[in-house]
Design a protein. Structure first.
Length: 413
């Protein structure tokens, strides 16, 4: 790294620390603009719908497009298959020639999670060295966003093009902070397409040194009561997982916790719990009254046969059983909730759809599949539709990445 570039990165971090959390991105982009003599620098963050980018600006006057909250403005830029969308999907920096300027679009990504993109207008065509510097700067900006959004609602507000209900707010807190995670041996991504009245779906994952823990749950009912049941179930599963309990013990604890503490008598949660050994590809799975996971291997999609167990919370004395499968390099494991299969969504040939999107990175695959469900059963779903996609590559250890993403495994289009 050249000394001048190191100086820019140092200045970015200092500017971010010196500014208030709501002003950190403006401070950082101002530093970038000065270093590159750019006429404009902007961060576009990914909308929570997964189908747009959002430009956040501070506007002391009420003029300007988009939603407003006090002096903050959020302009939604829907995906249109143009350069911005392609930069996110392909995770590659692009240079676009405009009217008297050159615009560099660089993905703002961390460990495969597409946070947004950096948009920089330059007076002259940048050479390869400048483009590479901007790409590294965009990667550093990802950490600035991650650090500062812990202290403010600004980014969360900006990403919400649709207001949340109380039940959706509760459900949102149950999901992992990042929907995508890449490592040397695997890549995963989860997605939740909420119903009009939230149906209590969640997905979760946690990466240990040599293990990947995953779960997909579906609490009975809808609305706040369902979200509270989901909170109890997910809280119990996380608590026992963090104690180092086995998969069966996690199910046992959650089962008893729901039976004892659920706010609605008789409430229950269906679940798929998984634990993947990153050294061997051996995957232990437990099915608690849920739709069986699907294994995509080559040109076949088959349900994973597992011991049958009752849903969590239904019978407090129930004892749970798990089973193991062996993943081969190139396998894709898909876990969905019944919102992907019920009512009008049942018209989707899920197996055929999974084969058609097999070439997509999990980050893109979950959105593509969600779009297909909405096309058939939408625009408003009767039940939450949730999915978790895990690609297994083998080769546990460091990954090869550029700008926060594994470019070799990104979607080609």
């Amino acid at each position: 790294m050249a000394e001048s570039e190191q100086s820019v990165l140092t200045g970015m971090l200092q500017a971010a620390e010196d500014a208030a959390p709501v002003e950190a991105v403006e401070a950082v982009t101002g530093t970038i603009a000065a270093a590159l003599r750019a006429s404009r620098v902007a961060l576009l963050i990914a909308d929570l719908s997964g189908r747009a980018l959002v430009r956040l600006t501070h506007q002391p006057t009420p003029d300007g497009p988009g939603r407003r909250q006090d002096e903050e403005a959020a302009e939604v830029l829907p995906f249109d298959s143009g350069p911005r969308e392609q930069v996110l999907r392909q995770q590659s920096t692009q240079v676009v020639r405009g009217d008297g300027r050159w615009t560099v679009l660089a993905p703002v990504t961390e460990r495969g999670e597409a946070i947004g993109l950096l948009e920089i207008d330059l007076p002259e065509q940048p050479d390869d060295q400048v483009v590479a510097q901007i790409a590294r700067t965009a990667h550093a900006l990802a950490f600035v966003v991650i650090a500062n959004r812990r202290h403010t609602d600004l980014f969360e507000w900006g990403q919400r093009s649709t207001p949340f209900t109380l039940s959706a707010e509760i459900q949102r807190r149950l999901l992992p902070a990042a929907f995508t995670c890449e490592a040397g041996a695997f890549a995963l991504s989860g997605w939740l397409e909420p119903a009009a009245s939230v149906g209590g779906d969640t997905f979760d994952y946690s990466l240990a040194r040599d293990l990947l823990h995953v779960s997909v749950t579906d609490a009975m009912g809808h609305g706040v009561a369902s979200a509270l049941t989901a909170t109890l179930g997910v809280g119990s599963l996380r608590n026992s997982r963090r104690r180092g309990d086995s998969l069966v013990a996690q199910a046992d604890h959650a089962n008893r916790a729901l039976a004892e503490h659920a706010n609605v008598p008789g409430a229950y949660v269906t679940a798929i719990l998984g634990r993947l050994d990153l050294r061997t590809g051996r995957c232990e799975l437990l099915n608690a009254g849920h739709i069986p996971p699907l294994l995509v291997r080559g040109d076949r999609v088959v349900p994973v046969e597992l011991p049958r167990n009752f849903p969590l919370g239904m019978f407090p004395e129930e004892r749970y059983r798990s089973a193991e499968i062996s993943l081969a390099p190139g396998d894709r494991l898909v876990i969905v909730t019944d919102g992907m299969r019920e009512r009008n969504a049942a018209g989707l040939d899920l197996g055929a759809a999974l084969l058609e999107i097999a070439h997509l990175h999990p980050r893109e695959a979950v959105r593509a599949l969600s779009d297909r469900v909405l096309a058939i059963a939408g625009p408003v779903l009767a039940d939450d539709a949730t999915l978790l996609v895990i690609d297994w590559y083998d080769g546990h250890g460091p990954r090869r990445s550029a700008g926060g993403a594994d470019i070799a495994r990104a979607s080609s289009h």
